[in-house]
Design a protein around this ligand. Structure first.
Ligand SMILES: *[C@@H]1O[C@H](CO)[C@@H](O)[C@H](O)[C@H]1NC(C)=O
Length: 332
């Protein structure tokens, strides 16, 4: 009896202790950790600027396009430009996209073009990779490359350089879609949505919109953001970076406000910050099933027939989904 009570007391103390620890863990500001973490890019201080630190990126800076001889938006004006963000070394994904949804060039009578957005390759074989990229572009003329270091931490630079390129070249096209390289796109459904009379032609941004995305304060999370960088508890609404569509009046508008908002490394949240400054909220897609992130695979033929963009786990899966999504009878 006495023993049982003591045991009970011990267990409660342990549970309370664990709960208190967990509570502190969730609420602690972790400033001391960020002061211990070395900046990711301490070598980034270039001639034109200081080190942006681990949470910001080196933008704006005078980056240049070193490869963009594509006819898209030069001799051809598409209705929709698909801009794929892809790692420099991922030739296999580029080839798969070129052979699958990237090969759909006339959809519902509208011209569609696919381009790949790149920075500079890094690592010991960067020079060889760059040579291969040149060869690849000689064959396809679909690479848009600028001279920032291509890396996960620099994705916001990639997005801003994409917007700069679009504002300079593609303002006569109607819409752009930014897509990550592991995403299967149902181009027919995209064009159908964009041709719908209820779809806005200006100030239009859609995708899988995160309306109340919390700013993460756990320093072990890859999206950790300290309070002294972003003070708000939530980011403004933004479409998830995997795939979003915007009308082509927006790139110039976003670029006009961005110098007043220091870019954070989370590219889609930064886009939301710029949109908030513009006072233009994103639009939810008409159906929740159009943008799907990390679903349970395999997806049924029926859901593939309704989707606009869905993340895949391999290029083989992307290929087989694309083939299935083109079969007319979806069996819904
Ligand atoms: C981001 O790009 C800049 C410009 O090229 C470079 O200086 C910096 O090292 C890059 N950062 C990372 C983490 O790759």
């Amino acid at each position: 009896m006495e023993n049982g009570r003591r045991h009970f007391r011990h267990t409660s103390i342990c549970l309370l202790g664990a709960a208190a620890f967990f509570f502190i863990y969730l609420n602690w500001d972790w400033k001391w950790v960020s002061s211990l973490t070395p900046p990711l890019s301490s070598a980034a201080a270039g001639p034109q600027g200081e080190d942006p630190g681990p949470y910001h990126v080196a933008y704006p800076k005078n980056y240049k396009y070193i490869m963009d001889d594509t006819p898209t938006c030069n001799t051809k004006t598409p209705f929709l430009v698909l801009m794929v963000h892809i790692a420099t070394g991922d030739v296999a994904a580029r080839d798969t996209i070129r052979k699958t949804w990237g090969s759909e060039k006339l959809v519902l009578g509208r011209p569609v073009e696919t381009l790949f957005v790149l920075g500079l390759p890094g690592g010991p074989d960067a020079e060889r990779q760059q040579e291969e990229l040149k060869q690849e572009n000689l064959q396809h003329h679909d690479l848009v490359q600028s001279n920032f270091q291509d890396s996960y931490h620099n994705l916001t630079i990639k997005t801003m350089m994409m917007l700069e390129w679009l504002a300079a070249h593609c303002s006569k096209a109607s819409y752009v879609m930014k897509i990550d390289s592991d995403v299967l796109l149902h181009v027919h459904n995209v064009v159908q949505l964009l041709l719908d009379p209820s779809t806005a032609k200006l100030n239009y941004l859609t995708g899988l919109v995160w309306w109340h995305s919390p700013v993460l304060r756990n320093p072990f999370n890859k999206f950790y953001m300290p309070r002294n960088v972003v003070a708000e508890a939530e980011y403004p609404p933004y479409p998830l970076g995997m795939a979003y569509i915007m009308s082509l009046d927006l790139p110039a508008k976003i670029l006009a406000v961005s110098p007043r908002i220091k870019p954070i490394f989370i590219e889609d949240a930064y886009l939301g910050m710029c949109m908030q400054r513009l006072g233009i909220p994103p639009t939810d897609p008409p159906e929740k099933t159009m943008f799907i992130v990390d679903p349970e695979h395999p997806l049924s033929r029926c859901s593939l027939s309704k989707v606009i963009a869905v993340t895949t786990t391999s290029i083989l899966q992307m290929r087989s989904y694309w083939e299935r999504s083109r079969q007319p009878d979806a069996g819904c």
